[in-house]
Design a protein around this ligand. Structure first.
Ligand code: ZN
Length: 380
């Protein structure tokens, strides 16, 4: 199984790179415009419609293909968003962001990047980036006006898990329940606080000049986002290390849109709902997934239905009590709601994977389905 990781650094663009970034942004917008006008979203049909029209750009031809491919992704997201909200704004690339899988090379600590067909520029890579990618095949490059990010790939052998951990993410923590019965919580309230602060600052820019506001808030936003990412990296690292030590696979909830997040927060009022941030929720999952895959640990996603409301012992509907506790009227189990959710995710994940050697607790979570999967396992 191939696994991807990426590493980034700051850099100072030369005039040639600045020019290339701007050309790429314009090509991307041309492709988006053509895609919208012709109503195409597939890579093949957009290539047919757009490639000829990119002839006026004097850049290496890889970039034309990459612009078309990036536009395809943007168009696909736009279509999806439009189905949910017909008033969504048409996509337009404002920021300079170049993505490519072709043309560039890394040699002797330098990134060599083609500008025109036979003209290259060099960017020196810092020690950290050099050490990180050393020995790996690099696969893609993302350039913005001050950062470069390299993705690299390795071959990983997937391990047969001895059990699972179920991960439940909440506003202020992430709760991890494992097959061996242990439960761990990681505090994420700092991340929530930073995001909330950023929202406040963002809302104070209500000047006439939209461009200034955009510039300031995006610069500030990038810094905040980096801080939150660091906090999430710390938590995801610990979680995956623990899972690796016990050779456990990882089960998480499939994110089904923003509504899910609203529902989760529905006991906390509007203000909290505003703070619950879908970006950081998805970012944590992304980090856990790639770190786990890197270690060969299987990652599975389970449907979130009922994970926060049903009893993780008998499957009946729980009643909320004080201090975020839940009580099951049927079997009397009283448990913290986050722990209960993590256990439900663990049970669902374990069932999906069909691992032998389930704990008794997991076995009783949903008797009918456990028996069914046990039968099918014996049959095979
Ligand atoms: Zn119960």
């Amino acid at each position: 199984m191939q696994v991807f990781k990426s590493v980034w650094q700051h850099y100072t663009p030369t005039p040639e790179i600045r020019w290339l970034l701007e050309q790429f942004r314009q090509m991307l917008n041309d492709c988006i415009r053509i895609g919208l006008a012709e109503n195409v979203t597939s890579l093949k049909s957009l290539s047919l419609k757009a490639y000829g029209q990119l002839g006026r750009y004097d850049v290496a031809s890889y970039y034309k293909l990459c612009a078309i491919s990036a536009a395809t992704g943007i168009m696909r997201n736009y279509r999806k968003a439009k189905r949910k909200n017909p008033h969504v704004r048409e996509p337009y690339a404002r920021r300079q962001r170049l993505t490519t899988c072709y043309g560039f090379k890394v040699r002797d600590g330098e990134l060599s990047l083609p500008i025109h067909a036979k003209e290259h520029v060099q960017i020196s890579l810092n020690q950290h980036v050099q050490a990180t990618i050393n020995g790996f095949a690099h696969r893609s490059l993302i350039l913005t006006k001050d950062r470069l990010s390299l993705a690299y790939a390795i071959e990983v052998r997937q391990l047969q898990p001895r059990g699972f951990i179920g991960i439940d993410r909440n506003l202020d923590n992430v709760t991890v329940a494992a097959t061996d019965g242990t439960v761990q919580q990681h505090d994420l309230s700092e991340a929530t606080r930073i995001r909330a602060m950023y929202r406040d600052v963002g809302s104070h820019f209500r000047r006439n000049d939209v461009r200034i506001r955009h510039e300031i808030s995006s610069k500030y936003g990038q810094k905040q986002q980096d801080k939150v990412k660091q906090i999430l990296h710390h938590a995801s690292k610990l979680i995956v290390e623990e899972a690796k030590a016990r050779q456990y696979g990882i089960a998480m909830e499939k994110l089904v849109g923003i509504r899910r997040l609203y529902r989760r927060g529905n006991w906390q009022g509007r203000w909290y709902r505003g703070r619950m941030n879908s970006w950081s929720y998805a970012e944590l999952q992304r980090q856990i997934e790639y770190k786990a895959k890197w270690e060969g640990l299987p990652v599975i996603y389970v449907h979130p239905y009922g994970t926060s409301s049903k009893c993780s012992i008998c499957g009946r509907r729980m009643k909320p009590e004080e201090n975020r506790m839940l009580r099951c009227p049927s079997c009397g189990y009283t448990v913290d709601r986050d722990v209960n959710a993590a256990k439900n995710i663990l049970a669902a994940g374990t069932l999906r994977f069909g691992v032998v050697g389930l704990t008794s607790e997991v076995m009783v979570a949903e008797p009918a389905r456990v028996q069914q999967s046990a039968k099918s396992m014996r049959g095979s």
